[in-house]
Design a protein around this ligand. Structure first.
Ligand SMILES: *Cc1c(COP(=O)(O)O)cnc(C)c1O
Length: 381
């Protein structure tokens, strides 16, 4: 038996998702760009997926562009807006210190070319400093990119307020909503957001699929050059089955959002309170209230997070000592450093990200293993 508590890294595909995808991996293999009825069925499936996804965001289908996932959607916006021509001037982009590497490394790329980037800090709970953000705005600022919710510590960011600031200054606003989508209601008629990134495999869909929402009238250059797919903005034959799976996953997750969020919050809060009561000096990382329903992140004294995760692995528990992308490196997490943790506490962090089907027994087993392991590690010296 395995207890999977790394749902921020990836999720299991739903049976309904696999079933929706199967025909497009077997009999319905037509190229959506071809002009016969057989291919038209694939084309129709893509357009139905686009309309279904638009429904979950209360936006127009024409505002949805399918991509290979969160990383591509983030890169597309940042490189497009960050390198757009300014008649010889350098561009300016504002982002935050706690973004996913897909955003941060795309920002490093544009910094080496035609753009300057300012990185906004956060408070100790990981909430973006809005005063600093406004302070960084210049006449050359072309984009603000701040995530809707953080993948490591689960803090939910005030994207409505950030969007309002961006609007006031006539600056495009992008949000990486890979963790927020299907956890938080996102209504594009109400949110002042111009671009929004989503990934399928974080919402029980397939890996290698996602989309970029781009508000009508918000200019963005084509990312892949080639055929006329995705209205000429993202060339390449569509990953039909993955697109169908993404839409299926999105529709189901949005339909069940309230129930799922309710269940997860209950288990999350139960686990957080047990850890706080039973493990001395455990420090909860991230916001205590405005946090993702599935996120539990703690730092423990005199404990190495990597060692703790390896011990949990021996006990058949999948957990993370940082984000999956950084856990192979020895550097402490940039997010935990940004919220002000010492190297010791940053290295002593463990992230558990649950799903709605976890039972109380499983939660208890994980807590008991955590207690046992931490006691053992702390008694070593
Ligand atoms: C997982 C993740 C990404 C990357 O998405 P992929 O589809 O894996 O490329 C980007 N941003 C955040 C916040 C994520 O959690």
């Amino acid at each position: 038996m395995m207890i999977y508590m790394d749902n921020a890294a990836t999720t299991k595909m739903r049976r309904e998702v696999v079933e929706a995808m199967l025909p497009f991996m077997t009999s319905e293999y037509g190229n959506p760009s071809a002009n016969y009825e057989f291919a038209g069925r694939a084309k129709n499936a893509i357009e139905k997926a686009r309309a279904d996804i638009a429904g979950t965001l209360n936006c127009e289908p024409e505002e949805i562009y399918f991509t290979s996932g969160g990383t591509e959607s983030d890169n597309w916006v940042i490189k497009s807006k960050g390198l757009e021509s300014r008649h010889g001037h350098r561009n300016h982009v504002i982002t935050s210190l706690i973004e996913h590497h897909a955003v941060l490394n795309a920002c490093h790329y544009i910094e080496k070319r035609n753009a300057d980037v300012s990185y906004v800090g956060t408070d100790s709970m990981g909430v973006i400093n809005l005063i600093q953000l406004e302070d960084y705005i210049k006449t050359d600022t072309s984009l603000i990119s701040v995530m809707a919710a953080n993948n490591e510590i689960g803090t939910i960011e005030p994207i409505k307020k950030i969007g309002e600031i961006a609007r006031e200054h006539n600056i495009a606003f992008h949000t990486d909503a890979v963790q927020a989508y299907t956890n938080i209601k996102l209504d594009m008629q109400k949110l002042p957001v111009d671009f929004l990134s989503v990934s399928a495999h974080k919402i029980n869909g397939p890996k290698g699929a996602g989309f970029l929402y781009a508000r009508k009238g918000c200019d963005i250059m084509s990312f892949m050059d080639g055929g006329a797919q995705e209205r000429g903005r993202r060339a390449g034959t569509e990953n039909v089955s993955a697109i169908v799976g993404l839409a299926r996953a999105a529709v189901i997750a949005c339909r069940q959002m309230e129930q799922k969020v309710g269940r997860e919050c209950k288990i999350r809060d139960y686990m957080i309170s047990r850890i706080q009561k039973e493990i001395p000096n455990a420090r909860l990382n991230g916001h205590p209230v405005n946090r993702l329903p599935n996120n539990i992140n703690f730092s423990f004294e005199r404990v190495d997070g990597g060692t703790l995760v390896a011990m949990l692995d021996q006990q058949n528990i999948c957990a993370s000592s940082g984000s999956a992308c950084t856990s192979s490196s020895k550097e402490p997490s940039h997010v935990l450093k940004a919220i002000g943790l010492s190297d010791e506490l940053a290295n002593g962090a463990v992230r558990l990200t649950i799903n709605e089907i976890i039972t109380k027994q499983e939660a208890d087993y994980v807590i008991n293993c955590l207690k046992y392991n931490i006691k053992k590690l702390q008694s070593v010296d």
